[in-house]
Design a protein. Structure first.
Length: 225
C-alpha cells in the first residue's frame, strides 16, 4: 500500500494566491499584513483544491482568473470567529477567564440584545441565562427550575405567575395593596398583605407581627397567617 503525501504550500506575502491546486491540496497565506487592528486578530487564509475551474473565496467572490482546468480552489478565513455577511455568529461560545464587553465604536451606541420570549424554554437552559420577558416586560434569569424575575416588584391587578420567596406584588386596586410572597421552609407558600388596606391579613402588630418600641416590624410569624 502506498501512502499519499499531503503537500501544503505557504506564502507570507499579503494578497498572494496560488494559481493551481491539485484536488485536496491545501495552501496557506500567513502574511503579517493580514493583521486586522480593529479586531486585534489575524486573517490567515486556507486554500483547498476542489477540482473546479474557479478560484473563489468562501463567499463566492472570484479571487484569481486563469490557471489550469480542474485545479481551482476555495479560500477560507482562519479566524477566532468566522462572521457571515450580516455579522451573525451561529453556535455556542464560552468566554473563559475573560471579560465579555459590549462597547461603542464611537459612531453608534452599543447594545447587548437578549432573547425575547414569553414562554419558558426547555429545561436544558443553562443556569444564569437571562432573557427579556415580552409579556411581563421584565428581565428574568433561569435558576435551574424556572425563569426567575430579577426585578422583585411587580405592579399588576393579578398575582405574578411563578413567584419566588420575597417577591413583592403591588395590586393597584382600588384599593391598592402591597403583598409579599412568603415561602417558608416546610410551610405553605402564599401572598401576604403588607399594607393596611387589608386589615384582616395585613402585616401589622397583632396580626402575626411583633413590633418594637418604635412601632417598627421586628418579627413576622408566618405560621399565624
Amino acid at each position: 500500500m502506498t501512502l499519499a503525501t499531503l503537500q501544503h504550500l505557504r506564502s507570507f506575502t499579503g494578497g498572494e494566491h496560488p494559481l493551481n491546486l491539485e484536488p485536496g491540496q491545501i495552501a496557506f497565506n500567513m502574511a503579517t499584513t493580514n493583521y486586522d487592528p480593529s479586531k486585534n486578530d489575524y486573517n490567515m487564509y486556507l486554500y483547498v483544491g476542489n477540482s473546479s475551474n474557479q478560484r473563489l473565496d468562501e463567499g463566492g467572490t472570484v479571487l484569481v482568473t486563469g490557471g489550469e482546468p480542474n485545479k481551482g480552489w476555495v479560500r477560507y478565513s482562519l479566524r477566532n470567529v468566522n462572521l457571515t455577511e450580516d455579522n451573525t455568529v451561529y453556535g455556542d461560545f464560552t468566554v473563559a477567564g475573560a471579560t465579555l464587553k459590549v462597547e461603542s465604536n464611537g459612531a453608534s451606541l452599543a447594545e447587548l440584545v437578549l432573547p425575547q420570549e414569553s414562554m419558558t424554554p426547555a429545561s436544558s437552559t443553562n443556569v444564569g441565562s437571562i432573557r427579556w420577558n415580552t409579556q411581563s416586560s421584565i428581565l428574568q434569569a433561569w435558576n435551574g427550575l424556572k425563569w426567575d424575575t430579577t426585578s422583585k416588584v411587580v405592579v399588576n391587578n393579578s398575582a405574578p405567575a411563578n413567584p419566588s420567596n420575597g417577591d413583592l406584588w403591588l395590586d393597584p386596586g382600588p384599593p391598592s395593596v402591597l403583598r409579599v410572597y412568603s415561602a417558608p421552609p416546610g410551610g405553605v407558600a402564599s401572598w401576604i398583605s403588607a399594607s393596611s388596606s387589608e386589615a384582616l391579613t395585613a402585616l401589622q402588630p397583632g396580626n402575626g407581627v411583633t413590633a418594637n418600641s418604635d412601632n417598627e416590624i421586628e418579627i413576622i410569624n408566618t405560621g399565624t397567617f
